[in-house]
Design a protein around this ligand. Sequence first.
Ligand SMILES: *[C@@H]1O[C@H](CO)[C@@H](O)[C@H](O)[C@H]1NC(C)=O
Length: 509
Amino acid sequence: MEDKRQHLSENKFLLHWSCTLLLSFLAISPSTQAFNYGEALSKSLLYFESQRSGRLPHNQRATWRHHSGLTDGLEQGVDLVGGYYDAGDNVKFGLPMAFTITMLSWGVIEYGNEIAGAGEYAHALEAIKWGTDYFIKAHTHPNVLWAEVGDGDTDHYCWQRPEDMTTSRQAYKVDEKNPGSDVAGETAAAMASASIVFRKTNPHYSHLLLHHAQQLFELGDKFRGKYDESVRVVKGYYPSVSGFKDELLWAALWLYKATDNEAYLSYALDKANEFGGITWSMNEFSWDVKFAGLQIIASMLLVEEKHRNPASKLVLLEQYRSKAEYYLCACLNKNNASNVKRTPGGLLYVRQWNNMQYVSNAAFLLTVYSEHLRASKLLLRCDRGESGPEEVLAFAKSQVDYILGGNPKATSYLVGYGSRYPQRMHHRGGSIESYSEKKGFIGCTQGYDNWFHRKGPNPNVVVGALVGGPSEEDEFRDDRKNFMQTEACTYNTASLVGVLAKLHSFSHM
Ligand SMILES: *[C@@H]1O[C@H](CO)[C@@H](O)[C@H](O)[C@H]1NC(C)=O
């Protein structure tokens, strides 16, 4: 993603108050448009092939892409070939990449049957494995995790296809002396959740992932610190503003889900207060801020009888639930104190830069929680009344429908879906003619001169990319320079996969 310095300063002010105290007036009327969620699901999974780094396999479907980053890690004597480019640039950022894999895995864990029903199960597993294969390589020693390849400053200086990259591919790591509990914790969460995904189809691989997850959690927990102090080049791009405590709780809960080992749950309960798990009330969930997600996972444990004893455990899980409810009610506009703002067209609005990430993440958490309410016959308790599973799911659906074209601009924000979608996505590879058609080298600034500044549409459609999306007034400017709105990130689409599968499943009933 483009320079995050502004994001950092914005975050400081908006993290706790990314909401409005005013009532946001609901302007949504029930959508009469029918959307093809199955098609959107297929396209969303195709997106991950466009973002692939490394040696591409024979069954690569995004054929406008080619091998790239084949010497990643070479300078440091480590094989870091593979993984995903983060967004419209060619940097491999470990923290958001790991979050992408955690969210894809969570989607498959919850909606594996629905994804299979749409014929997309193999693609979903491939998307996850492209990430986990890379994390296995990047975790070269129990206490060493390579956390980034390339850097934002030198990468952004050029506008090049990944296949032509001449920018620095220096790799950066965290270890005992250079701690990075947030990136280690998120990578542990990614590996643990993916180990659940592969348990049946590939038990050996699942085991391997779990082993890495346990070591990574230990690395993050034993040697504590924010990774942006160790990998300083990441500061302007993906700084860990919320710190590492949320990632450690999140990792512990994912490891508990993957192992059933009570020690991991005890960690999340013992440190619930100290690490902010039961004190932070959030109204955003993102690659940086995991509290809402982990609060929801903890609160859903309450349905099992074994978690209702002893009383001390019950109390802590109920406190987690109360914070989870705060987030969900904020999305539904049903808190008295603060809610997530909405655009006049009804889209959740957190901030101007890549707002869609918050939308797709919210849609995912709401969908998961609506399932939980339905299965446990419970209601979501908000200041302004209770909500049943149908209402919660309907709101999640309204956000997806907005994304797919049910909005004032009648534009789909999922690239390649629908009759109208962004044509000038801020994406280096997408905006320059395909390497498979023209292999001649395109230099660093030549890309800006010949491709970035063009008025015309991008030559390659990055199918399935979810762009940053419209302003708080539902306005959208389809301009390559407008990276706040036209850039997509892997974690935008990742959360959408499970939701699209769930919505698609209704068309079969
Ligand atoms: C929320 O506000 C409404 C209207 O002012 C009030 O009736 C209600 O008691 C409040 N709920 C809580 C939990 O504060």
